[in-house]
Design a protein around this ligand. Structure first.
Ligand code: CU
Length: 566
């Protein structure tokens, strides 16, 4: 854990020597809370990664015992894929990207000592931790963990008699609902703090892009999750009280859940995408020594993307009986939303153009984000077109597509951010050499997992089938070979994560000491000590807009502004 310099200049709770309890259970320091979100998210990533290992082994070598797990029953398989997806999105991408980086970075990058509502912030993490515990408990109750996929479509999820895992599915639902409450509480802080606590002199257009993106992501989350929380209450009642909101047998409508789920589920992609894009923007400007090309245009594009993201949800339901005329409309909005995202990618490339590029580990991750996410975006266009989707729906093509969007977000974006801000967070440097070994091992293996899955999907292989050899016409040896390649690549990728963990924990204690501003960056967090003490600065910074520069009395570096001159 971070060393905690005992400088209690701005101590909210007035504690000088903090015990374990007051530091990790009651501390309202945004940095501690951010770290807790980050470490919890990383621990959950190990669980989610282990699940992927087990079900990929089952797919490559069906029926054989998986080392470290044993035999995989059909119910185990369903539960593993369900909880892998749920964990990676709700307990890894969300906590690390928004809550981890949001908490750590917002006060440091806008120049204040803490969040506006520090106690709500503390409560948010406690509820999040509780949600993770409830989810883990759900794996071990009678019947095992929920197996109705992360989308929890009724009627499978709605009625106890349809579900193999009645208690597991209720606990899963409670865990997700608690997690949403935690992020609603967090979002209140992120938006309010950014709007109200900026350093004197920092105007709206001086806010670093990553902070803007976290703010917009928080607003998107808070605006889209309401209907789904209502839906979760209804589903809970269907499961436990005998109502029939989603049960056709009682006059309910299972498609209603799909609307409520995807009205949230599509904006959710942008909820995690935007913070990752912001992290990448920050890293690219620093390691190309350029300002962000068209800062204001990107900002307007982010707002536009946010609004558009509420108008595309039914592209997940093209074959669910949606009126074909509506399918046309959702096809058009879906194709439209690729325009702002493509524009952001062009802006990043334009930022690099002519820059003095330094291929540090964070920069490699940032560049890989762009390359891999482009594959995810382009393959999304096939799925967004309702005609093509009739064929591709629920094949491995969909699965490969969204892993080419979520992997860049949740894994590449997170590694970019952690390797970049590590010196600020912990006051020490990671090893660049081992950082690059980890990078190449992860990226090459990642593509070797999912390119075969694109091929399987294009060949028509359906998702959510536990053993393809049960179906004589699907058990073709060529396809089985692709499954083995994907699984082998996954083993390689997981093995390379050990390199990261060793580098991370070794550097935490033994890494080279980091100075205040090792990259000569010009955003405010680099004017605080590494790691920053409670309260962040002895004297809070000011931003002087001479010729559009951020400034601080201690500044000793050249500046190259991230934003455009006004
Ligand atoms: Cu979508």
């Amino acid at each position: 854990m971070a060393e905690h310099a005992g400088e209690a200049a701005h101590g909210h709770d007035g504690h000088h020597e903090m015990s374990f309890w007051s530091k990790y259970v009651f501390s309202t320091d945004h940095k501690i809370i951010g770290m807790q979100y980050m470490f919890t998210g990383m621990a959950m990533a190990l669980i989610g990664g282990f699940m992927a290992y087990v079900f990929r082994m089952q797919l490559a070598f069906p029926g054989e015992a998986v080392p470290g797990f044993g035999g995989v029953s059909p119910a185990d398989y369903n539960s593993l894929i369900t909880n892998h997806g749920t964990i990676m999105i709700f307990w890894v991408a969300m906590p690390v990207l928004i809550a981890g980086f949001g908490n750590f970075l917002i006060p440091l990058m806008i120049g204040c000592d803490d969040m506006v509502f520090p106690k709500i912030n503390r409560l948010s993490y406690q509820i999040f931790l509780l949600s993770a515990i409830v989810l883990i408990v759900s794996f071990f109750v009678q019947g095992g963990g929920f197996g109705g996929a992360w989308t929890a479509y009724p009627p499978l999820s709605a009625k106890a008699e349809y579900s193999l895992t009645p208690l597991g599915s209720t606990l899963w639902l409670v865990a997700v609902a608690l997690e949403f409450v935690a992020f609603l509480l967090g979002g209140i802080n992120f938006v309010t703090t950014t709007m109200n606590s900026r350093a004197p002199g920092m105007k709206m257009y001086d806010i670093p892009m990553v902070i803007w993106m976290i703010v917009v992501a928080s607003i998107l989350f808070m605006a889209s999750v309401g209907p789904l929380i209502a839906g979760a209450v209804m589903l809970f009642m269907d499961q436990n009280v005998g109502t029939g909101f989603f049960d056709p047998g009682k006059g309910g409508d299972p498609i209603l859940w799909q609307h409520l789920f995807w009205f949230f589920g599509h904006p959710e992609v942008y909820v995690v995408l935007l913070p990752a894009m912001g992290i990448v923007a920050d890293i690219m400007t620093v390691f190309s020594r350029k300002k962000l090309f068209a800062y204001r245009t990107v900002l307007y594009t982010v707002f536009g993307t946010g609004v558009l993201s509420f108008t595309v949800w039914a592209h997940h339901q093209f074959i669910a009986g949606v009126d074909p005329r509506m399918a046309h409309i959702f096809t058009i909005t879906t194709l439209l939303i690729s325009v702002p995202i493509a524009e952001m990618c062009f802006v990043y490339i334009a930022t690099l153009y002519g820059g003095s590029i330094q291929l540090s580990t964070p920069m490699l991750w940032a560049l890989a984000f762009l390359a891999e996410f482009l594959i995810g975006g382009v393959t999304g266009i096939f799925l967004g077109a309702s005609g093509a989707d009739v064929y591709f729906h629920d094949t491995y093509f969909v699965l490969a597509h969204f892993h080419y969007t979520f992997f860049p977000i949740a894994i590449i974006g997170v590694f970019a951010g952690i390797t970049y801000w590590f010196p600020k967070m912990f006051g020490r440097h990671l090893s660049e050499f081992w950082g690059k070994v980890h990078f190449w091992g992860t990226i090459v293996a990642f593509n070797c997992i999912f390119i075969p899955l694109f091929m399987l999907g294009a060949a028509g292989q359906h998702r959510r089938i536990y053993n393809y050899n049960h179906f004589p016409d699907l058990a073709t040896p060529e396809l089985q070979r692709l499954r083995v390649i994907a699984t082998s690549a996954l083993l390689v990728m997981l093995a390379f994560q050990a390199v990261f963990l060793i580098n991370f924990f070794y550097s935490l204690f033994k890494g080279k000491k980091a100075e205040k501003n090792p990259y000569n960056a010009n955003t405010l967090e680099w004017t605080a000590a590494s790691p920053p003490p409670h309260g962040n600065w002895a004297e809070l910074p000011r931003v002087y807009r001479g010729p559009y520069e951020y400034s601080h009395p201690d500044r000793d570096t050249d500046y190259w502004p991230q934003n455009e001159p006004n």
